[in-house]
Design a protein around this ligand. Structure first.
Ligand code: GUN
Ligand code: ZN
Length: 471
C-alpha cells in the first residue's frame, strides 16, 4: 500500500507516461481481418499531456523522444488499455441491484419504479451518484451512457459527480408519462420536454458532459411525449445530443408495443415514426429483432448496447451478435451492464456472459472481439470513436489497467498461457471483480487498487443513513 498524496494533475501541462503492456483497437474485428484491428506493445508507453494522449508506442522508441518525461507509472503483469465504455446503465438502480428476479415488466413495477421514486430527494440522488461513480471507476469504466430518473434532481446529481471526476459521460432526464405509477410519472408531455431542454442547456458540452433525450421505452410514453421528444432530439442532434432508449428486449414487451402502436409494422418503426431513430440514437438490448429493424438500425447509424448479464438475469432473450454484425449491413455494437437488471458494474464480466450467449448460438467471441466491444466498439456505438475508446494521439486519456494476476490462482493459471489474447480470455472468463488495478480519467489517476485510500475523492456514502435501512 502506498500512501503518498493522490497524484493530482488538474489541467496540468506536465508530461505523464503510463508504461507496460499496451493494447488498443483501431477497427472492428467482426468486419475486418483481426490482426489489422489492434496495436499491442509488449513494453509500451502512453504519453499524456493536458488530459490528452500525445503518443503511444514502444517504450524504447518514445523514451528518447521525450527526454523531459520523468513522471512515469509503470505496470508489470498488467495490460494498459482504453477505459471501458458502458453503453447502457441505470445509475439510479444501484440501490436495487440483485433484487430477486422476475420478468421484465413485473420487475419494473415491483422494484424499479419504487426505487426511482426516491430520486426526487436530491440528497438521496447525490449519495447514489457517489456510489455509482466509485463502482464504475473501480471496474475501469470511464465513459457510460446512463439513465437517471424522471426527476431533474437525479440528472443534476449525476452530472455534478461526473464533473467532479471530469469523466466523459452521457445522461439526461427519463421521460415517462403513462403506464407507470404516479410517483414517477411526468406531469405532462409538454412539461417533461421543457425540463429536458433546460437540463440539456445546462449540461450538454459543459466540460465533458453530454446530454441524451431519454424516453424510457415506447410503452411508458404517450404518442404526444414521443413526438415532442423526437422534435427536441432533432433540434439538437447536430450539436451532439443523443437519444437513448430500450428496444426489443423481451417478447412480452414487444407484444405490448404492438398493441399500443398497431399502426407501426415493428418496434423500431414506432421510434422512427417520431423522429427518434437517427445517428445518435442508442438502443439498449435488441434481443429479438426482425431483419427490417436491423436494416433500419444500420441505415440510421444507430448504436446498440448488448447487455448479456441483464438479459440472462431477467430471462429476456439472447442477443444475436452475428445478425447485428452481418457484413452487408453491420450495426454499431457496444457493451452495457444495464445495472440493476444487470448484476454487476464490470464490462469484462459482461464479456464473459456475452461469450456464453453467443456460444448458445454456436458462435464464439474471442478476446480480440471481446475487448474491441468493451472499448472501441462502445465508442463507435456512441459515435465517440474519434474521442475515446482508443489509445492514440489526440484521444482523451481515459485508461484502464487490467492485472494479469488479480488472484493467487489467476497468477498461477496465467503461467500456462503465453499469448496476450489467451491471457485476456482467461481473465474475462474468470470474471474476478478486482481485475482492474488503476483507472485514469483525462490523464489523472482516479482509482488505484494498491493504495489504502483507493479513490481520488472520498465519499460519505459508507457512513450514510441508508446503509442498514431498507430503501
Ligand atoms: N425497459 C424499460 N425500463 C427498463 C429498465 O429499467 N430496465 C430494463 N432492463 N429494461 C427496461
Ligand atoms: Zn435498461
Amino acid at each position: 500500500m502506498t500512501d503518498t498524496p493522490f497524484p493530482i494533475n488538474p489541467e496540468g501541462s506536465a508530461l505523464k507516461g503510463v508504461r507496460g503492456q499496451v493494447l488498443t483497437f483501431k477497427a472492428d474485428p467482426f468486419l475486418n481481418n483481426e490482426s489489422e484491428c489492434y496495436d499491442y506493445y509488449e513494453d509500451g508507453m502512453v504519453v499524456i499531456q493536458d488530459g490528452h494522449i500525445l503518443a503511444v508506442g514502444p517504450y524504447s522508441d518514445l523514451a528518447p523522444e521525450y527526454p523531459e518525461l520523468s513522471d512515469i507509472d509503470t505496470y508489470t503483469d498488467a495490460v494498459i488499455m482504453p477505459g471501458f465504455i458502458d453503453c447502457h446503465v441505470h445509475y439510479v438502480q444501484s440501490p436495487m441491484i440483485g433484487s430477486f428476479g422476475d420478468t421484465l415488466l413485473q420487475w419494473l413495477n415491483q422494484y424499479t419504479f419504487p426505487t426511482e421514486a426516491k430520486f426526487k430527494d436530491k440528497k438521496f440522488a447525490d449519495d447514489v451518484a457517489k456510489v455509482f461513480f466509485r463502482q464504475v471507476l473501480e471496474q475501469g469504466t470511464t465513459t457510460a451512457n446512463v439513465f437517471s430518473t424522471a426527476f431533474a434532481e437525479s440528472v443534476d446529481a449525476f452530472f455534478e459527480e461526473s464533473e467532479r471526476y471530469n469523466t466523459r459521460m452521457i445522461s439526461g432526464k427519463v421521460l415517462m408519462d403513462r403506464n407507470v405509477p404516479d410517483a414517477v410519472k411526468d406531469e405532462s408531455a409538454e412539461e417533461s420536454i421543457l425540463v429536458s431542454e433546460q437540463l440539456l442547456k445546462k449540461w450538454h458540452h459543459r466540460g465533458r458532459q453530454l446530454y441524451a433525450v431519454i424516453p424510457r421505452f415506447a410503452p411508458t410514453s404517450s404518442p404526444k411525449q414521443l413526438e415532442l421528444a423526437g422534435q427536441l432530439y432533432q433540434r439538437y442532434i447536430d450539436q451532439g445530443v443523443y437519444m437513448h432508449t430500450h428496444l426489443d428486449e423481451a417478447q412480452n414487451e414487444i407484444d405490448w408495443v404492438s398493441q399500443l402502436f398497431p399502426e407501426e409494422s415493428n418496434y423500431t418503426d414506432v421510434y422512427k415514426h417520431y423522429g427518434l431513430v437517427d445517428r445518435r440514437s442508442v438502443m439498449a438490448h435488441c434481443c429479438i429483432v426482425r431483419e427490417e429493424e436491423w436494416q433500419t438500425l444500420h441505415d440510421c447509424q444507430c448504436g446498440v448496447a448488448h447487455c448479456p448479464c441483464s438479459n440472462l438475469f431477467l430471462g429476456d432473450g439472447q442477443f444475436k451478435m452475428w445478425e447485428a454484425k452481418q457484413q452487408n449491413r453491420p450495426v454499431r455494437v457496444g457493451m452495457g451492464t444495464d445495472v440493476g437488471g444487470g448484476t454487476n458494474f464490470s464490462i469484462p464480466r459482461n464479456l464473459n456472459e456475452a461469450y456464453k450467449v453467443s456460444m448458445l448460438q454456436m458462435k464464439n467471441i474471442n478476446a480480440v472481439k471481446a475487448f474491441y466491444l468493451a472499448t472501441r466498439g462502445g465508442a463507435e456505438a456512441l459515435h465517440l470513436e474519434n474521442t475515446v475508446g482508443s489509445l492514440a494521439p489526440g484521444y482523451e486519456a481515459d485508461i484502464a489497467v487490467l492485472s494479469l494476476h488479480p488472484s493467487e490462482f489467476a497468477e498461477w493459471r496465467m503461467k500456462f498461457e503465453d499469448n496476450i489474447f489467451d491471457k485476456l480470455f482467461v481473465l474475462m472468463t474468470l470474471g474476478l471483480n478486482n481485475m482492474n488495478v488503476a483507472t485514469y480519467v483525462a490523464g489523472n489517476k482516479v482509482f488505484d487498487r494498491e493504495r489504502s485510500e483507493q479513490f481520488k475523492y472520498a465519499s460519505e456514502f459508507q457512513k450514510s443513513e441508508y446503509k442498514s435501512s431498507k430503501l
